[in-house]
Ligand binder design. Structure first.
Ligand code: GDP
Ligand code: IMO
Ligand code: MG
Length: 423
């Protein structure tokens, strides 16, 4: 049995939720390793639509064990709102979910602190919560459950927030006492689900059972390897799966990158292949490219080979899943960026990336519907050529192609690394 990491290879929203849901039945446990409720993973099952933010996308399989790892930041109010909506759909979340005692707790004051950050974040308090983690003043789930110590830890953290709020002219955290008692009440509901998830995951692996690690965001939003400072505050890359769960790299058998057949980005920051024209708008409409968390229109553009080669290197992809191929069905000539004029590799500063001028090659479109196709040989030949072109240029196999949001709108290529890893 394989332990596999599935993560975003671009700027997020590549369709990770759909793919993790699709392959979850082949794994014993599904574990999220970073981020918070900035993520929005949409899963469509027949007439039902689920948008998961903190809970791993395996939860929709009855009885599947899922884990929120130590690498996440958890807003308990957001978590319980998600739990309640899943429970109202008949899912027994309490029986399936384990939460790390070492994950960090996100408070309303974190959201307030985000007023100082102007890069187009999701305004959920994610960055400030990770700042507290790195600043070694954060409060973890285990601290929240510690009835004796929590009030003093919380008071100390709020004192710091009030000082910062005053200094920056932000309206101070409102009623910290109300928040404290609300969080303490929620802590009691969390308690039965909390454990040392690193112990649980390592024991699972030791018993010969398999774990699927689910990333949030995407490699280009990774704090170290993304388009800094226009990034999120956690490690979305493959390395983050180990630090974010406490499972060693030696236990990982494969890494799968999810890539959209074109490119999108939400929020600020450089985007060399952005299509600021009618074609970009057409993709936004056809691909329904509006943020699942904030509803913001996603910026749309063309597949970027240098970006993908870079993220394949950082993550060591064994295979890629190409999603939303059907969204390109009506494009006559599909531009693909093959390089940045004047740059080798990925520029390290956003100034350089903004200056990077993409060089395009145009591939002929197929101008016919691929929606729902589930066998590779049924794809129009020009769509197959698009897939093999991207494979050749990125140097990574495309083991799976997605042709619609539903589980059955998927092609799994036999004899691929993807099919081996998800067998
Ligand atoms: P994630 O954050 O990576 O899980 O991706 P999101 O859920 O934020 O965004 C992907 C969107 O595309 C969702 O609304 C999915 O239902 C949808 N989707 C996923 N795969 C496909 C596909 O192959 N074709 C189409 N048309 N939609 C897809
Ligand atoms: P999923 O998991 C797309 C973006 C925000 C902003 C930047 C920093 O659904 O792919 P943050 O609130 O994290 O501090 O914002 O990162 N961002 C995402 N973009 N998909 C996501 O998650 C994102 N999570 C954060 O728009 O540009
Ligand atoms: Mg998303």
């Amino acid at each position: 049995m394989s332990n596999v990491i599935v993560l975003g290879s671009q700027w997020g929203d590549e369709g990770k939720g759909k793919i993790v849901d699709l392959i979850s039945d082949r794994f014993d446990v599904v574990a999220r390793y970073q981020g918070g409720h900035n993520a929005g993973h949409t899963i469509i099952i027949g007439p039902k639509k689920f948008v998961l933010k903190l809970i791993p996308s395996g939860i929709l399989h009855p009885g599947k064990q899922v884990v929120i790892g130590n690498g996440l930041v958890i807003d308990p109010v957001a978590l319980f709102s998600e739990i309640e909506s899943l429970e109202s759909a008949g899912i027994n979340v309490a029986a399936q979910l384990r939460i790390s005692d070492r994950a960090h707790v996100l408070f309303p004051a974190h959201q307030l602190m985000e007023k100082r950050i102007h890069i187009g974040t999701t305004s959920r308090g994610i960055g400030p919560c990770y700042e507290d983690k790195a600043g070694r003043r954060g409060i973890r789930i285990a601290d929240l459950l510690d009835l004796e110590s929590f009030p003093a830890l919380y008071a100390e953290l709020m004192e710091e927030k009030i000082t910062v709020a005053k200094a920056f002219g932000i309206e101070g955290p409102t009623s910290p006492e109300t928040v404290r008692s609300q969080y303490q009440a929620l802590a009691e509901r969390l308690r039965p689900m909390v454990c040392d998830t690193a112990e649980f995951l390592n024991a699972t692996i030791k018993q010969g059972r398999s774990v699927l690690f689910e990333g949030a965001q995407g490699t280009m939003l990774d704090l170290d390897h993304g388009t800094y400072p226009y990034v999120t505050s956690s490690s979305a890359t493959a390395g983050g799966a180990c630090t974010g769960t406490g499972v060693a790299p030696t236990r990982i058998n494969g890494i799968i990158g999810i890539a959209k057949a074109y490119l999108t980005r939400v929020g600020g920051g450089p985007f060399p292949t952005e299509a600021l024209n009618a074609q970009g708008e057409a993709i936004r409409e056809r691909g329904n490219e509006f943020g699942s968390v904030t509803g913001r229109p996603r910026r749309c553009g063309w597949f970027d080979i240098p970006l993908l080669r870079y993220t394949a290197m950082i993550n060591g992809f064994d295979s890629m899943v190409l999603t939303k191929l059907d969204v390109l069905d009506e494009v006559d000539q599909i531009p693909v960026c093959t390089g940045y004029r004047g740059f080798e590799g990925m520029p390290s500063t956003v100034r350089d990336l903004e200056r990077a001028e993409p060089v395009y090659e145009c591939l002929p479109g197929w101008r016919t519907s691929t929606e729902g196709i589930s066998r590779y040989e049924d794809l129009p030949s020009k769509a197959q050529e698009y897939v093999t072109y991207l494979e050749r240029k990125t140097g990574v196999e495309i083991g799976c192609v997605s042709t619609g949001p539903e589980r059955n709108q998927t092609i799994i290529r036999p004899n691929s690394r993807f099919s081996d890893l998800t067998r």
